[in-house]
Design a protein around this ligand. Structure first.
Ligand SMILES: Nc1ncnc2c1ncn2[C@@H]1O[C@H](COP(=O)(O)OP(=O)(O)OP(=O)(O)O)[C@@H](O)[C@H]1O
Length: 355
């Protein structure tokens, strides 16, 4: 399936179940042409629009984009956590060969032990009246696991996040710091023995000094347990050291997807470059590209014709208004949806050859 050199445009919209060249056969999770529409005040709002990607066992995929680009909606759609009312989901999500749309409630419960999610604000996902050891064991309780085994698995999960039962015994979430609460949330996800965890901005609410600890912790656990991660962030710098591949999302669509090396060293899409420019680096030659039209001002119920990024894009030409670009293979192996992709290294970045 890895037809990277073909240079062929990939129309995932027209052929939702066809394997595009950046998709893989051996994936644990297959997402094909996923769209999510919300009804808001009588209008249809397209939050996610024809997104396709895969996650292989043990792989980390970074999902990056500005606020409102649809990252959380994708994460929640994968776990079937979106509100049913006023939400329409189309497309195909397959986990370990099972189509999630076809699953009965009990099959879905079984899958949930394999597929977990952690959130930006862990405390709001905790029942404040419960003790921490019970919170960590919640998923096991739902599965009907007996108490002795539950305690053993809770201990193991707490140890994996650098905590212990003695540390948490009899205590409630508000007695812990933000970083510790995120560890508790990770332990709760780990306790059920997942294969894939969707991490939704897991460090965004933490102090910068704690962020690195939590990221390193996730990395260690991932290696130890051969976990796959979808790491959601608005910040390309945050996913940089954790992602094998990165997908860049703009207004509900993937505009670039590829290995971390390609995305950081040879970003082809002007939007990816804009996000990279916003990453603070100690290099005065790199400036933040001014954005004429902020995303919030762009209507999602009536997105611009052609390329959705064209109103903010310094390279836009007439064809960009007339024709929506498809994801196409770039010389450095990634796929980008752009009529005028960049071919030069990212400014201020050393390429692998130069390093
Ligand atoms: N339940 C809902 N009903 C209506 N609109 C929604 C709902 N949930 C999200 N949206 C809208 O869908 C768009 C995508 O939201 P989403 O939270 O997925 O984006 P995001 O990229 O995760 O942004 P953020 O980082 O700010 O959470 C936003 O404009 C949001 O307002």
């Amino acid at each position: 399936m890895n037809d990277e050199a073909s240079g062929q445009a990939v129309d995932t919209g027209a052929a939702p179940h066809a394997f595009a060249a950046f998709l893989r056969d051996d994936a644990l999770l297959k997402v094909r042409d996923l769209s999510v529409r919300y009804r808001r005040g009588g209008k249809i709002f397209v939050a996610v629009d024809g997104v396709s990607f895969d996650v292989a066992p043990g792989e980390t995929l970074g999902l990056v984009g500005e606020s409102g680009s649809g990252k959380t909606t994708i994460g929640r759609a994968l776990l079937k956590l979106l509100p049913k009312a006023d939400t329409r989901i189309d497309g195909h999500v397959e986990y370990d060969g099972l189509n999630l749309a076809d699953l009965s409630a009990s099959d879905l419960r079984a899958i949930r032990s394999k597929l977990q999610m952690i959130f930006q604000d862990p405390i709001s996902s905790f029942n404040p009246r419960r003790k921490v050891q019970d919170i960590v064991g919640e998923g096991l309780e739902i599965q009907g696991i007996r108490k002795a085994e539950r305690l053993e698995r809770v201990d193991r999960a707490l140890n994996d996040v650098g905590m212990s039962r003695t540390m948490v015994e009899g205590r409630r979430p508000h007695q812990f710091s933000g970083g510790q609460c995120q560890r508790i949330a990770i332990a709760r996800a780990l306790a059920v023995g997942p294969e894939l965890i969707v991490c939704d901005e897991p460090v965004a609410s933490l102090d910068v000094s704690v962020q690195a600890h939590v990221i390193n912790l996730l990395q260690d656990i991932r290696q130890k347990r051969n976990l796959a991660l979808i790491f959601i962030s608005h910040d390309l710098a945050v996913v940089r050291n954790v992602s094998d591949r990165v997908a860049v999302l703009y207004m509900g669509r993937i505009v670039e997807i590829g290995t971390g090396d390609a995305i950081y060293q040879r970003p082809a899409h002007p939007y990816t470059r804009m996000l990279l420019e916003a990453v603070p680096v100690p290099d005065a030659s790199r400036k933040i590209v001014p954005s004429a039209t902020p995303t919030q001002a762009l209507s999602r119920s009536a997105p611009p014709s052609g390329c959705r990024f064209r109103l903010r894009c310094p390279r836009a030409q007439a064809v960009c208004a007339a024709q929506e670009p498809k994801l196409a293979a770039m010389p450095y192996g990634q796929f980008a949806a752009c009529h005028f992709p960049h071919d030069e290294p990212a400014p201020g970045m050393k390429t692998a050859e130069q390093a």
